[in-house]
Design a protein around this ligand. Structure first.
Ligand code: CUA
Length: 312
C-alpha cells in the first residue's frame, strides 16, 4: 500500500459499510462545526462592543419554539446515528450458517490458525474471496486482539473464553494482521498477513498443505487419553450424558432451566462440570481445570462439535 494513502484499502463487505458510516459522521460533524463556528463568528461581530443593535429581551417564539426545535432536532439526529451504527454492529454479529469455520489460538506472541481440513499456519491466514469466514478464537495466556484494518474488523481474543468474528473478503491480495491489545514486550511484533485468494486457489492451497489431523481428530485422541470415553461412550457403565448430536442443541438442566450447548457451554462444562448439571444426571464429573489448556479445550470442543454434525 502506498504510504501516502490516507484511506486504507477496503477488502471486505463490512469495510465498505464502515467507510460509509465514517464518511457520514465526518460530513455531519463538519457541517455542525461550520454551523456553530459560523454562528459564533456572526454573533461575535454583530454584538461586538459599541455596535448599535437591539440587546433587549428576545421575542417569545425565539425563546420557546427555537429552543424546542433545536433540542428535538439534535435528539433525532443522535438517535438516527445510534440506529445507523448499531445496526451495522449487530449485522456483524451473527455469521451465516454456511460460513467456513477457522480456529485461531493467540499466544505470546503469535497467531496459530487451524483450517477445517487440518491445514495449519502461524501468523498467516489464507481465506477464499467471496465466502463467509467465521473465526473462533481464544487465547492461551493474556488478552490479544485480532485486527485487520483492510477488513475494518477488530475483535478481542480472551483467555478462558471463545470469541467469534466473521467476514466476507471482497478482493484478493495480502492484508496486514495486527495484535491490537498490549500483551507483553513483543506485542508490536505480533502480527501477520491475511491472504485472500480466489476460492479455487484456496481449495488448491488447502489441499497441498501438510496433512495433519484436524482439531476434531486431535480432540478425539485427547478424549480417549483423558478417559472421557470411560463415561461418555455409548458402552460406558457410568451414566453420563451422550455427546452425539449435542452441539447446538438446547439442553435441560437439573435446576429446570435450559442452556444452548454451544462452544462456551461445552468449555465451561469441561472446566466446571458442577455449575450446570444436565437434568437426570448425577454431578459426578471431575473438573479438568488445570489439566487441559486452551489449545486442548479447543480440540475437545471441536471433537464434540464434530459428533454433533455427524448425527444431524
Ligand atoms: Cu498480542 Cu498484543
Amino acid at each position: 500500500m502506498n504510504p501516502l494513502t490516507l484511506w486504507p484499502v477496503a477488502a471486505s463487505e463490512q469495510a465498505a459499510r464502515i467507510d460509509t458510516l465514517f464518511a457520514g459522521l465526518l460530513v455531519l460533524s463538519g457541517a455542525i462545526l461550520l454551523l456553530v463556528g459560523g454562528l459564533l463568528l456572526a454573533f461575535g461581530a454583530r454584538y461586538r462592543r459599541g455596535s448599535h443593535v437591539r440587546r433587549g429581551e428576545l421575542p417569545g417564539f425565539l425563546r420557546r419554539d427555537v429552543e424546542i426545535g433545536w433540542t428535538a432536532g439534535t435528539l433525532f439526529l443522535a438517535l438516527f446515528l445510534f440506529w445507523w451504527a448499531s445496526t451495522l454492529a449487530l449485522r456483524g454479529n451473527a455469521a451465516p450458517p454456511d460460513a467456513l469455520e477457522i480456529h485461531v489460538l493467540a499466544k505470546q506472541w503469535m497467531w496459530k490458525v487451524r483450517h477445517p481440513g487440518g491445514a495449519r499456519e502461524i501468523d498467516a491466514l489464507h481465506v477464499p474471496r467471496g465466502e463467509a469466514v467465521r473465526l473462533v478464537m481464544t487465547a492461551q495466556d493474556v488478552i490479544h486482539s485480532f485486527y485487520v484494518p483492510a477488513f475494518r474488523l477488530k475483535q478481542d481474543v480472551l483467555p478462558g473464553r471463545f470469541t467469534e468474528m466473521w467476514f466476507r473478503a471482497t478482493r484478493t491480495g495480502d492484508y496486514r494482521l495486527f495484535c491490537a491489545e498490549f500483551c507483553g514486550t513483543q506485542h508490536s511484533h505480533m502480527g501477520g498477513m491475511v491472504t485472500v485468494m480466489e476460492p479455487e486457489d484456496y481449495t488448491r492451497w488447502a489441499a497441498v498443505q501438510p496433512r495433519e489431523q484436524d482439531l476434531a481428530g486431535e480432540g478425539a485422541a485427547l478424549f480417549t487419553a483423558l478417559g472421557c470415553a470411560g463415561c461418555h461412550a455409548p458402552s460406558a457403565a457410568v451414566h453420563a450424558p451422550r455427546l452425539e448430536g449435542l452441539y447446538g442443541r438446547s439442553v435441560p438442566l437439573a435446576d429446570g432451566s435450559r442452556v444452548q450447548a454451544d462452544a462456551a457451554y461445552l468449555r465451561d462444562s469441561i472446566l466446571q462440570p458442577k455449575r450446570a448439571v444436565v437434568a437426570g444426571y448425577e454431578p459426578i464429573m471431575p473438573s479438568f481445570e488445570g489439566v487441559v489448556d486452551e489449545a486442548d479445550l479447543q480440540r475437545l470442543v471441536a471433537y464434540i462439535q464434530s459428533l454433533g454434525e455427524a448425527a444431524r
